[in-house]
Design a protein around this ligand. Structure first.
Ligand code: GRF
Length: 212
């Protein structure tokens, strides 16, 4: 049996807010619990706590604000350039509140991943935990997936299920899901590094604009 080929990833993490998933990725990398490390943090929000976290760990960071650019396309281009300059070979969205454009994806085909606080394809978009509570599901969770041109729609890499408990609030449920997010995001990176999460061939071709 051939040994698993491990190709550790250099991650660019894009984050807009508190950055707890960034922290999970940084910690897992530093502890050798993930086949990858965080090489760059990019935020569109100068007040994002993700930037503090990067600083504490000596990780290069960039602030790229949407308002500095005339169009979404120009903003995406600047972020893609920053990722490329860093030498990162994987992009992890971690609470990044900007829509990634098709031209960004075509620069990094099959290399952009996202974490979402529901069991996709249920409850895509904003406030997934509230959507789950409002619907009345008894099980929800979180998903790491490859990013395609839709909102929370790309091929799924890993998921974790979380119970919805009697008396749950959005806050309680979100915290229960978040604990699982912090476990599965580093796991997804390791799966990719070990070739255990290859996106379907068609997906890769589509990302390259070769298939409709
Ligand atoms: C997480 O719930 C993640 O699933 C969603 O945005 C939130 C980001 O949290 N995409 P944090 O900034 O990583 O703490």
């Amino acid at each position: 049996m051939s040994a698993t080929v491990i190709n550790p990833r250099r991650l660019a993490v894009l984050a807009s807010g508190r950055g707890s998933n960034l922290q999970a990725l940084v910690d897992a990398g530093e502890r050798g619990e993930m086949d990858g490390t965080v090489a760059l943090v990019v935020s569109d929000n100068p007040a994002s706590y993700a930037l503090e976290r990067a600083k504490k760990h000596g990780i290069p960071s960039r602030v790229i604000e949407r308002k500095a650019f005339a169009s979404r396309e120009a903003f995406n281009l600047a972020v893609a350039d920053a990722v490329e300059e860093s030498g990162a070979d994987m992009v992890a969205l971690a609470g990044f509140m900007r829509v990634i454009s098709p031209s960004f994806l075509s620069r990094f085909p099959g290399k952009v991943i996202n974490i979402h606080p529901s069991l996709l394809p249920a409850f895509p978009g904003l406030d997934a935990q509230k959507q789950a509570l409002d619907y009345g599901v008894k099980i929800t969770g979180c998903t790491v997936h490859f990013v395609d041109e839709g909102v929370d729609t790309g091929p799924i890499i890993i998921q974790s299920a979380v119970p919805v408990l009697p008396g749950d609030t959005v806050e309680l449920l979100s915290a229960r899901i978040l604990a699982q997010e912090h476990i599965i995001y580093p796991k997804a990176v390791t799966m990719i590094a070990r070739g255990q999460a290859l996106p379907p061939e068609k997906f890769l071709l589509r990302m390259k604009g070769l298939v409709l």
